[in-house]
Design a protein around this ligand. Structure first.
Ligand SMILES: [Zn+2]
Length: 380
């Protein structure tokens, strides 16, 4: 493969940037039907706190008899392994899908406004053990960010939602939870390999963007889509790249030696979800897309992307999905989980139907739906 240095450097820059996802660019809410969660203002001590994921109406406390199943609502079963109550008979699905209707309607958002968002600041990093978080490591932050940094209750609440929605055994390679902020809007959440272990991952969430539970739910499922498709069982970790992030040649070599798709973390296994998806939907458009990726000027880049998008509305589930193959599979996965099974045959619909060919993913979808629904109704 011929190497083009400038192109490669640019791609490298893009690829090693953490997978920041699902930016929330501007006010949402007008087009949102249900649910409309109560606005939570943590006042009390006078400190101005952001609106965040609301507290559940019940903390899952067990009844006086000590029987945890007593905290379950009608129709729910108690699941001791996760200590959660949720419906396991499929009855949550239509209710959840109704709640999530319209969540991917980003049509009025302009991604080129991204630069107006504040800088991302890391606040605190937790260690994940099972469903628990511990050992907070605090970053040095300005006085202005202290209240959010010290609001462990909000950090926990955000974590509790994610850990309840995604079954523990499906995220056992996620070892850290980073709380960061770039103010309201901007990036809601992201995932990346940890700094020290390429096989372990970190979930990163900005609590300031978590008040809209519909958006938050979609975004967490989207982030999990990255974890599902990029973990080391799916993608062979490239240690040379991970341990030598400044070494461009290591990256180029890894890319050149990969006959499937090089994700940045490594070479996708030939039977991985990522590669099967890429092979089916990206091989024909990849070069055209790559030409756009090489545009360095932001405005020219977004113009070219707009042009690429025009006429392709029925090939991607959202405009954001067009960003790159990784975002495309994550968005398609999130639509797979949060929307009814498509009945049509557009490419966008085929990308959602793609996931239905894997029984393990259909099963996981049902479980995520049941768990997410049980949490959402407790926040209304
Ligand atoms: Zn993403």
């Amino acid at each position: 493969m011929r190497k083009n240095w400038q192109i490669k450097v640019f791609i490298l820059t893009v690829a090693v940037t953490l997978i920041a996802c699902q930016a929330v660019m501007g006010p949402v809410g007008d087009d949102i039907t249900i649910p409309s969660p109560p606005t939570h203002d943590a006042e009390g001590d006078g400190a101005e706190m952001p609106n965040t994921v609301p507290p559940p109406t019940e903390a899952g406390d067990v009844g006086e008899s000590g029987n945890p199943a007593e905290s379950c609502f009608e129709g729910e079963s108690y699941h001791p392994e996760s200590e959660l109550c949720y419906r396991d008979d499929g009855s949550a699905e239509p209710l959840f899908l109704t709640m999530m209707a319209g969540v991917t309607d980003y049509s009025d958002e302009d991604f080129s406004d991204a630069e107006e968002v504040g800088e991302e600041e890391n606040l605190v990093k937790y260690t994940i053990t099972g469903n628990e978080i511990s050992a907070p490591e605090y970053e040095d932050v300005s006085a202005e960010l202290k209240p959010l940094q010290e609001n462990g209750e909000v950090h926990e609440r955000v974590w509790d939602f994610f850990s309840a929605v995604i079954p523990q055994e499906r995220r056992d390679f996620v070892s850290n939870y980073l709380v960061f902020t770039d103010g309201k809007n901007g990036t809601l959440a992201a995932v990346e390999q940890t700094q020290t272990d390429p096989y372990a991952w970190m979930i990163e969430i900005d609590p300031e963007d978590t008040a809209d539970m519909q958006d938050f739910t979609f975004t967490l499922i989207h982030e999990y889509g990255h974890l599902l498709t990029l973990n080391s069982e799916q993608v062979k970790v490239d240690e040379a790249v991970f341990y030598n992030p400044e070494d461009d040649n290591a990256y180029f070599d890894a890319e050149d030696n990969c006959t499937t798709y090089f994700t940045g973390e490594g070479c996708a296994n030939s039977s991985s979800y990522f590669y099967l998806f890429y092979d089916e939907y990206w091989t024909d458009i990849y070069n055209e897309w790559l030409d756009i990726e090489m545009i360095e000027d932001d405005y020219a880049y977004y113009d070219a992307l707009d042009e690429f998008w025009a006429g392709r509305e029925d090939e991607f589930v959202t405009e954001y999905a067009m960003t790159n193959p990784g975002e495309d599979i994550a968005e398609s996965w999130a639509v797979f989980v949060t929307h009814p099974k498509p009945a049509g045959n557009t490419i966008a619909e085929e990308k959602v139907l793609f996931f239905y060919q894997f029984p393990e993913l259909v099963e996981l979808r049902s479980e995520i739906i049941a768990r997410a629904y049980s949490r959402l109704i407790r926040m209304q």
